[in-house]
Design a protein around this ligand. Structure first.
Ligand SMILES: NC(=O)C1=CN([C@@H]2O[C@H](COP(=O)(O)OP(=O)(O)OC[C@H]3O[C@@H](n4cnc5c(N)ncnc54)[C@H](O)[C@@H]3O)[C@@H](O)[C@H]2O)C=CC1
Ligand SMILES: O=C(O)C(=O)Cc1ccc(O)cc1
Length: 289
């Protein structure tokens, strides 16, 4: 049986994990080509068997592809589609894993050649680490993988991508593009901004060395995701600006209220603030176990 030609552009944490998971699930069904800018990344992808072939040249990497996963930072995705568009065969499916969906959706359909299909996707799985060295074949197991059919260009292509994603162990769900970007801002994008802000707060510490020495689990837990990749997070903020700034304004209002409650010595208000948060978080964590 002819193998399915899959090309992964951007062989980092997510691209590498998709390659590893698909090869582990069904090694003989796929021929995977990895495209990356750094040769060290490509060598590691081959060594870890996340790909069968590794290529620096984008055009060469996509000419025979049946399905292309674009796994680069969000602002690279549309320029990559523009570059590869003239070289794709009829029927090729392009899918991306970008953390924001509206920005790409607004631009991609204008540059897709006829007979090439787009499927909008976002794995809600990841880590604060990046690069092929952090890739993990089990990254997606039992995690949600969102598909956005509304901005995808063929229902058949959505089904094909969903079938591949299921092989990684992910649970598939669908969302509307606006709902996705608003929800992702609240549960992922703003928490990353807030975690980075907590680390910047150390600038106001009288003795940063001493503060860091004493930093316990609480600081580590709330700031883990501040170790994430700056390229990726700058792109996310620029491509989901409305939802992120709306949500940050809400966070500012919540913090302003806490400041007021502390200044006024309102123990009841502070107690209510913490107890509602505890109840809600405990319920969320228990529901997801
Ligand atoms: N890290 C995470 O937890 C998650 C990330 N995402 C999304 O997945 C995408 C990739 O993120 P990661 O894998 O974490 O990043 P990463 O930094 O681990 O990997 C990105 C890879 O893309 C390569 N790259 C960048 N520009 C390129 C170009 N023009 N051509 C070819 N390769 C290029 C980089 O060299 C790197 O190897 C981003 O769009 C991100 O928003 C989605 C879900 C989770
Ligand atoms: O490290 C974590 O816990 C994350 O939150 C990873 C993550 C980062 C970006 C996404 O779009 C989805 C998941």
């Amino acid at each position: 049986m002819k193998k399915l030609n899959i090309t992964i552009i951007g062989m980092g944490l997510i691209g590498g994990s998709i390659g590893l998971a698909l090869k582990e699930a069904d090694p003989d069904r796929f021929f995977i080509t990895a495209v990356a800018t750094r040769t060290a990344t490509l060598e590691l992808a081959l060594e870890r068997k996340a790909a069968d072939r590794a290529i620096v040249d984008l055009t060469e990497g996509v000419v025979d592809a049946d399905i292309i996963f674009i796994c680069t930072p969000v602002l690279q995705i549309v320029p990559i589609v523009e570059k590869i568009a003239p070289f794709l065969k009829q029927g090729t499916i392009i899918t991306d894993v970008g953390s924001t969906k509206g920005y790409i959706a607004d631009r991609i359909n204008h540059i897709l050649p006829p007979g090439v299909f787009y499927v909008s996707g976002h794995p809600m799985a990841g880590l604060e680490q990046s690069g092929m060295q952090a890739a993990d074949s089990h990254l997606f197991i039992n995690k949600w993988y969102i598909l956005v059919p509304e901005v995808s260009t063929s229902t058949e292509a959505v089904s094909t991508v969903a079938e591949l994603i299921a092989l990684t162990g992910a649970k598939i769900t669908t969302m509307k593009v606006e709902d996705h970007d608003r929800c992702a801002a609240v549960i992922s994008h703003v928490p990353h901004v807030a975690a980075a802000a907590m680390v910047h707060l150390l600038d106001f510490s009288h003795d940063m060395e001493e503060s860091l020495k004493l930093a316990g689990g609480g600081f580590r837990d709330t700031t883990r995701i501040a170790s994430s990749n700056a390229d990726m997070w700058s792109d996310i903020c620029l491509t989901n600006p409305r939802a992120i700034t709306d949500s940050l304004q809400n966070l500012r209002a919540i913090l302003s209220q806490v400041i007021e409650d502390i200044e006024e010595g309102d123990r009841q208000a502070l107690h209510t603030f913490f107890s509602i948060a505890k109840k809600r978080r405990d319920a969320l964590i228990n529901a997801s176990l």
